[in-house]
Design a protein around this ligand. Sequence first.
Ligand SMILES: [Cu+2]
Length: 194
Amino acid sequence: MSRMIGWVLFAVGCTVLSGCQTMHDTAHSVGSAVSSGWDSVWGSGGPVAVAEVKPTQGNTVSGTVKFQQSGSEVHVTVDLAGMVPNTEHGFHVHEKGNCSAPDGMSAGGHFNPEGVAHGTYTHPPHHAGDMPNLKADDKGQVHTSFDVAYLSVGSGGSDVTGRSVIVHRDADDYKSQPAGNSGPRIACGVIAEK
Ligand SMILES: [Cu+2]
């Protein structure tokens, strides 16, 4: 609980002190990395946001993606089904929390508050919305989790709340601009704070 209070105080401080946002974004860029075990170090209980993922027209992928703030990182938990078995898919946070278009294009481009190029999620600079490709198992399902330091939940310039997650048909090559040549959008979910 003291961690929660600390986070709130930090957030309030950010709104009072000008320049804090720049520091915040810089810290996230430098700290961009994937690691594990933070839950055991920091405990859990930070803000949570969840996307209920639904298939776009003509597709079958659905499930949930959960984002939980944990210390300075965000733990992302992915549970999806309905993919072609043993396939790999681009997976990103997109700018707009709008999945109304049949092809998912209403979600806009990649979430990119820093205005940088698309790239590999482990090597900044890259879009804040860049995440690792999802690999479907032999049942067409994905059950995985990972931690990133460049997103946040509930506050900050890289807050995922009110954005969306998109699953693409093809793998992200982590270099083609602006979206890794990952093809059409096969599923979309608006990220809402819980
Ligand atoms: Cu995308």
